[in-house]
Write a protein that binds this ligand. Structure first.
Ligand code: NDP
Ligand code: ZN
Length: 177
């Protein structure tokens, strides 16, 4: 088995853990935020059979720009152009309203690179699993259902990217409350 660039993967894990250190997920246990990027990397490698270091690093870093003070320049300096490009492709533009960002994810999903689609697919798989089994506190049934349906709209724009992972997404969607 090819092991990939383990030092770089650990550097990305350390970087993301530091950046997300004060954040929690929205579930009732308020899990440490870093659990989510780790879960993405685990899904990609264990369930998706993917061992590209670049992709695993991008998965670990995927929410740093969107949800912390991390800048694109900082990522480029630490991790290079390839990883940075993937992270930026899966990051929403925070200057837009929430509703607009949701709409743009659907519009842009088909236009992003293959690797960015793989990270986005893993993100949607993990978030639907969380939404089914440890959802954000105080979200109504209607709101959770809307989240499932919006996620499916995004993934439907990327069909054909990776049929095996799309099946994992469909299995997660089947648990729509
Ligand atoms: P978000 O869409 O930002 O919240 C979902 C995101 O939270 C996920 O994509 C995930 O993002 C992250 N997350 C953290 N913890 C969990 C968890 N346990 N399970 C799943 N995801 C988790 O919700 P907002 O509150 O920002 O609202 C967004 C939209 O919802 C707006 O457009 C708004 O109009 C609408 N809305 C609808 C309401 C309704 O009742 N229907 C009420 C209020 C708002 P990541 O992977 O990036 O961590
Ligand atoms: Zn995420």
């Amino acid at each position: 088995m090819r092991m990939g660039n383990i030092p770089l993967i650990l550097k990305a894990l350390d970087f993301a853990a530091h950046k997300h250190r004060d954040q929690r997920r929205k579930n009732v246990e308020a899990s440490p935020y870093i659990n989510h990027p780790i879960e993405l990397a685990r899904v990609l490698s264990n369930e998706g059979g993917f061992i590209s270091s670049e992709l695993l690093c991008a998965a670990l870093l995927h929410d740093t720009v969107e949800d912390t003070q991390t800048t694109e320049e900082e990522l480029r300096e630490e991790f290079g152009e390839g990883i940075t490009r993937i992270v930026m492709e899966v990051s929403d533009d925070k200057t837009k309203t929430k509703a607009e960002r949701k709409r743009l994810q659907v519009v842009h999903a088909s236009t992003i690179s293959h690797h960015a689609k793989l990270v986005k697919l893993a993100d949607k798989i993990c978030n639907l699993r969380d939404m089914a089994h440890s959802p954000p506190t105080n979200w109504s049934l209607e709101r959770r259902r809307e989240y499932f349906d919006w996620s499916k709209q995004v993934v439907d724009q990327m069909r054909g990217t990776h049929p095996q992972w799309e099946a994992l997404f469909d299995a997660a969607y089947a648990e729509r409350p």
